[in-house]
Design a protein around this ligand. Structure first.
Ligand SMILES: *[C@@H]1O[C@H](CO)[C@@H](O)[C@H](O)[C@H]1NC(C)=O
Ligand SMILES: *[C@@H]1O[C@H](CO)[C@@H](O)[C@H](O)[C@H]1NC(C)=O
Ligand SMILES: *[C@@H]1O[C@H](CO)[C@@H](O)[C@H](O)[C@H]1NC(C)=O
Ligand SMILES: *[C@@H]1O[C@H](CO)[C@@H](O)[C@H](O)[C@H]1NC(C)=O
Length: 187
């Protein structure tokens, strides 16, 4: 009797998850309840545009606007993430993606970032979160900015969350070190 009940449930489960033959989609079923978890991360991001080992390089720019020379410049980046603010401190991952410089004023950097922040060490080795957000221009470089996190891979699959960040160092070439406090909601 008990075996029959288990068998019946197994059949129902298979019917619920198996793709419908002859179609490109499965049946739509109610997702089970999931427990949301919170993980907080703290690290430093190094965006290096100068020198032979630049980690962010311009890959396209318009040749129209002389008043705002960086407006519309698209950068490819593979920026290291470290434990402490020094680039020589423990490397924990990298941020790969693109950012589009939209600074209309020479003195204020503003951009849209499309990036995957992946970790290569520790408990979250192999996991990443996806950031898609605006880095807003502010009067003071030390002002805390907020950026949106829209997804993730591995332990951070389907993550949402936010990053609070503040440049801790920058120069006139555009090299910068940014401190990140990230809050991720995931399953
Ligand atoms: C660039 O990287 C190479 C290889 O890691 C290193 O030998 C060189 O000193 C670096 N150059 C600068 C300017 O940091
Ligand atoms: C881009 O720059 C070149 C060389 O200066 C010029 O000939 C061309 O007209 C420019 N294109 C636009 C769309 O302004
Ligand atoms: C991180 O994961 C990769 C791939 O699984 C593995 O090769 C590497 O040794 C791991 N690194 C650390 C520090 O655990
Ligand atoms: C990150 O959190 C630490 C510890 O709470 C705090 O000292 C630091 O100011 C925060 N930085 C940012 C950019 O939020």
């Amino acid at each position: 009797m008990e075996n029959q009940v288990i068998f019946a449930w197994a059949i129902i489960f298979c019917l619920a998850v198996a793709p419908v033959y002859g179609q490109y989609y499965s049946r739509t079923v109610r997702a089970g309840p999931r427990v949301e978890k919170i993980t907080r991360l703290h690290f430093f991001f190094h965006d290096i545009r100068s020198g032979e080992n630049a980690t962010a390089i311009p890959i396209a720019s318009p040749n129209t606007t002389q008043d705002t020379p960086t407006y519309g410049t698209l950068y490819a980046m593979d920026d290291p993430l470290t434990m402490e603010s020094e680039l020589t401190s423990t490397l924990i991952g990298n941020s790969q993606g693109l950012y589009l410089d939209l600074s209309r004023e020479r003195t204020k950097f503003t951009a849209i970032f499309y990036a995957d922040f992946a970790f290569t060490t520790g408990r979250f080795n192999g996991s990443s979160f996806s950031l898609f957000s605006r880095f807003s221009a502010e009067d003071a470089t030390s002002t805390i900015r907020e950026m949106a996190i829209v997804g993730g891979r591995g332990a951070f699959r389907m993550a949402t969350g936010f990053a609070l960040l503040r440049p801790t160092w920058s120069n006139t070439i555009g090299d910068a070190i940014v401190e990140f406090n990230v809050t991720l909601y995931h399953y």
